[in-house]
Design a protein around this ligand. Structure first.
Ligand SMILES: [Mn+2]
Length: 299
């Protein structure tokens, strides 16, 4: 690339994959992130369009400064943008198979996968790939799930793999724990399943009333953490372009405080899902890009 040019088809501050010049296996302990877009919205049930998420989030990321004023530091994390997965539209099984292969390749390169969806069904494939990879014990991983919805159905419209069943499938992998934040929508059956499986659920009203308690809980997590972030956890005032909007959500400032509470934690994977905007400058993409920017700023 020329000196004064930038590639808006990759996330801001990230490098091209052709820039990777480390020897594998890597001997240093430096944290490296791999961004992967997964433009798949084959399980969307209300408003499709999450296939446009990776592109719109990347575009929105060019709003930000390398210097994070709030944290008083430049982004120094080593980040590579691998582009988008070649998905099979309308076919979850084939897309999931390709995604698992690609995530396994990223893990073999000792990089932390940072996936941009796509509808929420894809998160299962990322965690399944981690479960099947050497060096990962899914039973040691705490899953932190930001969402308006519990996503704990066993089946949705008869389907086992769906944006609405994804946390049930992830729970089937037996992670160490699941902590849900910002929830305000579930069926009675989902709430019962979550209670039975000892899932900690903080509703959106709990974020309003007990934010410090949730932050303390996060700060006390001793081991590896996987973050699954459905952008619809934000109120539709801040994130209208989502697959399944739900009112009375949390705010970007509350999310910022929660994300900063992960400072110093071992984040082994992150996904940002359900952004379905198609417009440049869209508020949903801007907020999604800001959350990824904050995650990168923590390192
Ligand atoms: Mn959701």
């Amino acid at each position: 690339m020329l000196f004064y040019t930038e590639n808006v088809l990759k996330f801001a501050f990230s490098m091209e994959t052709t820039d990777i010049d480390v020897e594998f296996p890597i001997s240093d302990n430096k944290l490296r992130f791999a961004i992967l877009g997964v433009p798949f919205d084959g399980t969307a049930s209300y408003k499709p369009g999450a296939r446009f998420g990776p592109r719109s989030v990347r575009e929105a990321s060019y709003n930000f400064e390398r210097y994070n004023l709030i944290l008083d530091k430049n982004i120094s994390a080593e980040v590579y943008d691998f582009g988008d997965l070649e998905v099979v539209h309308g076919n979850f099984k084939k897309t999931c198979s390709k995604l698992k292969t690609t995530i396994s390749e990223i893990l073999a390169m000792q990089m932390v996968p940072l996936t941009i969806g796509g509808d929420h069904s894809i998160s299962y494939c990322v965690l399944k790939a981690m479960d099947e990879s050497h060096g990962f014990e899914i039973n040691d991983i705490s899953i932190i799930h930001f969402d308006a919805h519990m996503d704990m159905r066993d089946l949705y419209i008869g389907e086992k793999y769906s944006h609405a069943t994804v946390m049930h499938r992830i729970s089937d992998l037996n992670p160490k724990e699941i902590i849900q934040i910002g929830i305000r929508s579930a069926s009675m059956d989902e709430a019962r399943i979550a209670r039975k499986q000892n899932i900690k659920t903080f509703k959106s009203c709990d974020v309003d009333e007990n934010l410090e308690e949730i932050i303390e809980l996060i700060e006390k997590i001793p081991g590896p953490i996987y973050l699954s972030f459905d952008i619809d956890v934000l109120d539709p005032a801040y994130a209208p372009s989502v697959g399944t909007p739900s009112s009375c959500g949390i705010t970007p400032k509350q999310v910022e405080k929660l994300i900063y509470s992960f400072k110093g934690k071992e984040i082994v994977g992150f996904d940002m899902v359900e952004v379905s905007s198609t417009q440049i400058g869209d508020i949903t993409s801007l907020n999604a890009a800001k959350i990824i920017y904050d995650i990168l700023s923590l390192q």
